[in-house]
Write a protein that binds this ligand. Structure first.
Ligand SMILES: [Zn+2]
Length: 273
């Protein structure tokens, strides 16, 4: 790629970033099939951006770092600004993973407009009477499966239709206690409702390496209807970029570069001004 095109594509300044071989590696990898990009990586006190960069150098995987815009995460404009300034020195996409509806009201739109992408999942399911299930928790208890599925679908469709988001994460994931019924609970009708809502707003579907979801049939349906995909490990450790499930299912479903969503580093997430 010409340096001129490179600058135009990435839209970022700063010698360290522009001359980093990592960006080039990603573009080269596209030619071999699907791109090796993990857009769902969290940093911690011990899993630092430097550690992510070491993995990137070794594996040639390109990363997107997500953080939570919430009181215990990036709690305000100041924290978000600091976070963006820190990450812009590295060849990574900068993402947010909100954990509740309406979160963006606590931040300046001009600052949010600098975030490359927003990834949101439907894992905090409101069950009514003030009860919210955190369905990733191992001991999540589902009393009535059909009632749960109804509420889960309602929440998933609500965020898909209303929230600012570029990527729908953890698609089709089920609480452990009902996971054995995955193939019967995910009826074609339910899957189609999710796809229709995502497609209407050009929201990409995450292939989640931790949950091993979604399955091939859903991916085929999504692909046929022109939806885009991302790979996400949801890792906070050296598993970042491994993507074993993602690579296997992408190969099985014949996904190619054109089937993937890439954050737009010029327009960023596109929801705020
Ligand atoms: Zn996450």
């Amino acid at each position: 790629m010409q340096r001129r095109d490179f600058i135009k594509t990435m839209g970022i300044a700063g010698g360290a970033v522009l001359t980093s071989p990592l960006w080039n590696n990603v573009f080269a990898a596209e030619d071999k099939g699907f791109p090796l990009i993990d857009l769902h990586v969290h940093l911690t006190d011990t899993f630092t951006i430097e550690k992510v960069m070491e993995i990137a150098e070794k594996t040639k995987v390109k990363f997107g770092i997500v953080a939570h815009p919430i009181d215990w995460g990036l709690k305000d404009d100041e924290a978000l600004q600091k976070h963006i300034d820190m990450l812009r020195k590295y060849p990574v996409y900068i993402g947010l993973q909100p954990v509740g509806i309406g979160w963006y009201k606590n931040y300046s739109p001009s600052l949010l407009s600098q975030v490359d992408y927003i990834l949101m999942d439907p894992q905090m399911v409101p069950m009514g009477d003030g009860v919210t299930l955190h369905i990733w928790e191992f001991d999540t208890y589902v009393a009535d499966t059909e009632e749960f599925m109804q509420k889960y679908m309602d929440y998933a469709l609500t965020i898909l239709k209303n929230e600012p988001m570029n990527i729908f994460a953890w698609p089709l994931f089920l609480p452990v206690c009902i996971a054995r019924d995955y193939y019967t609970l995910w009826t074609e009708e339910r899957m189609q409702q999710i796809l229709t809502a995502a497609k209407a707003r050009n929201i990409a579907i995450e292939i989640n390496d931790m949950a091993h979801t979604p399955h091939d049939k859903f991916i085929y349906m999504a692909k046929e209807q022109g939806l885009k995909f991302t790979f996400g490990s949801d890792s906070r450790n050296a598993n970042a970029g491994r993507l074993d499930y993602c690579k296997t299912i992408a190969k099985k479903c014949g996904l190619k570069k054109d089937d993937f969503y890439f954050p737009d580093t010029n327009k960023h997430n596109g929801f705020f001004k």
